[in-house]
Write a protein that binds this ligand. Structure first.
Ligand SMILES: Cc1cc2nc3c(=O)[nH]c(=O)nc-3n(C[C@H](O)[C@H](O)[C@H](O)COP(=O)(O)O)c2cc1C
Ligand SMILES: [Mn+2]
Length: 524
């Protein structure tokens, strides 16, 4: 079940009773954020689930006639609806099925594979001549200030575009990347471009810098130098090669595309393909007017432009999903060359702040969908939990089937070398008989099972740009806790006690009497 665009998605939210329209006037400066914050932390619907409804603001102060969508992914059930499944495990299962393909043994096996190959054909994006995002094309006299962009928190540096799908092209492979990187509005035609240095678009940018440095014969040292200088914690105080890089930004896409922009996919996998896999229908793309990039044809708003290779500007502070402001830093500047949009475009946005908020449910979906992929490199992995309050990079709890000494530490190192999981500040590894989704059980077992000095593993390396406690921006220490049972072969010579569990005969006996007894005692 694929949604063609944001409007079909809103219609589906309507049918499910998952969206509310707000017709009283609300201010895009702080007020909408405060409303969205309270709604994300409220319970809603017949099952009183956390997250509130999605909100469509139809009377945004200062923007008559405009509409603003927020909290579209903001609950477990909406996240599933966005991806068209009853359970996120369905997606994990589809990934597993693709990975389980064996080499065909004979003709019959090959025939059996045909439906799967046909299904795969559906995932690839399709170029179309034109689309709804071209209903209005403004090559001149466009202004970002026409859209109801939010200021989310009192100490934010400015208004920020918070749910943009930022498209760039890998100069080497020609492949496109779509990443969600917030954009601070500087003026009508320029914004910050907050791709953190370890993200894919930042690497595209560095590749352009290397190419330009070589072309301009600035020599090797200049080429190497730019690596250290770009995006994050650095100033432009040396010779920087001139040049620019095309960027396009789609706002208000169908939910599979929006979600694909936050997925920590391997750099060479195009998010347009991931979105096609998720929605089981190709994403239709149109060419941009002024840059060499493609965007989803039905996007509500498209911003086209470029970043200069020799320009960085202060970005931030910004109230972030850690619950604290991320500090200001140097990032590239996005200059607009053209704006296209649908008639009466719906501006899609989100706010981040103290969890739980909308991004918590997006993160949880990533956790479920990536488990089978993590198991490819970490086959002993049983389950993982990234508790929402751990803001995804601070805490990962994993259970493993332990088969050899030191395996918990091997698993930590695997996680720290796995894409964006490298940022994980604390990893807790437990045995498979501990349910990582049950934080009470994890607390009980993990803390019982450790001798802290012996069982904590420290390492140094890249940390999330949002980490405000690390010794340096983007660089610091991480910790793993081996909370598995310790084995004699790991040097543990004392006996390990058994977990207390009642025998089944006694349990059955009390089960048979329990209903009456509970009633008598007045307990549930
Ligand atoms: C609401 C939201 C805002 C985000 N903002 C940023 C951001 O400003 N900068 C950034 O580097 N990552 C941000 N992220 C995380 C990236 O989208 C995520 O790491 C993604 O995998 C990046 O794509 P890439 O792997 O193609 O670079 C944000 C995620 C969400 C859900
Ligand atoms: Mn990517």
């Amino acid at each position: 079940m694929a949604y063609e665009d944001l409007r079909e998605w809103i219609a589906a939210l309507d049918r499910a009773g998952e969206i509310k329209r707000i017709r009283t006037e609300a201010d895009p400066i702080l007020e909408i954020a405060e409303i969205a914050d309270r709604v994300s932390k409220s319970r809603y619907g017949k099952d009183k689930a956390l997250g509130g409804p999605a909100l469509l603001f139809q009377n945004v102060k200062g923007y008559p006639g405009s509409q603003l969508l927020i909290n579209q992914f903001g609950s477990a059930s909406r996240m599933k609806l966005a991806l068209g499944v009853d359970s996120l495990d369905e997606i994990a299962e589809r990934i597993r099925a693709f990975m389980a393909v064996k080499s065909p043994q004979g003709f019959l096996d090959k025939v059996k594979m045909l439906p799967m190959l046909a299904e795969m054909g559906k995932f690839f994006p399709k170029n179309v001549a034109t689309g709804l995002c071209k209903e209005v094309i403004k090559r001149h006299n466009f202004s970002l200030l026409d859209f109801p962009v939010l200021q989310c928190w009192p100490k934010d540096a400015a208004k920020f575009i918070t749910l943009p799908c930022v498209v760039t092209r890998d100069p080497k492979t020609g492949k496109r990347n779509v990443g969600m990187y917030r954009m601070q509005v500087y003026d009508a035609a320029s914004t910050g471009m907050h791709w953190q240095r370890q993200k894919v678009a930042a690497e595209h940018y560095r590749q352009r810098l290397r190419d330009a440095a070589t072309r301009n014969e600035l020599g090797n040292s200049a080429a190497v130098d730019v690596m250290a200088r770009t995006s994050g914690g650095s100033r432009l105080d040396g010779e920087m090669p001139a040049g620019k890089m095309d960027v396009a930004v789609a706002i208000g896409t169908d939910p599979a595309v929006t979600f694909s922009a936050i997925v920590p996919a391997p750099p060479d996998v195009e998010e347009y393909l991931i979105a096609g896999f998720l929605r089981q229908k190709p994403v239709e793309l149109v060419k941009c007017e002024t840059v060499d990039l493609e965007v989803p044809a039905t996007s509500e708003i498209v911003l086209e432009g470029y970043v200069n290779l020799d320009e960085l500007r202060t970005e931030g502070p910004f109230g972030d999903h850690t619950g604290f402001y991320s500090l200001d830093d140097q990032y590239p500047v996005f200059h607009l060359t053209c704006v296209t949009h649908r008639k009466d475009p719906i501006y899609a946005t989100t706010i981040v702040g103290k969890p739980p908020m909308e991004d918590a449910w997006m993160g949880k979906a990533v956790e479920r969908i990536f488990l089978p992929l993590m198991k490819l490199t970490i086959p002993e992995l049983v389950d993982i939990n990234l508790p929402i309050e751990g803001v995804f990079h601070n805490l990962m709890i994993v259970s493993i089937r332990k088969s050899y000494p030191g395996q918990a530490r091997k698993v930590m190192n695997s996680i720290w070398s796995l894409g964006q999981a490298m940022f994980t500040k604390c990893i807790i590894v437990v045995d498979e008989d501990c349910n990582v989704q049950d934080l009470a059980e994890v607390t009980l077992k993990a803390l019982n099972h450790i001798d802290p000095e012996r069982d904590i593993q420290f390492t140094l390396g890249p940390v999330d740009s949002l980490d405000h406690a690390s010794r340096l921006a983007n660089y610091g220490s991480k910790m793993g806790i081996d909370a598995t049972r310790k084995w004699p072969t790991e040097g543990f010579s004392r006996p390990w006690p058994e977990e207390i569990l009642m025998d089944s005969k006694t349990k059955a006996l009390v089960d048979s009497k329990w209903k009456a007894l509970a009633k008598e005692l007045g307990i549930e």
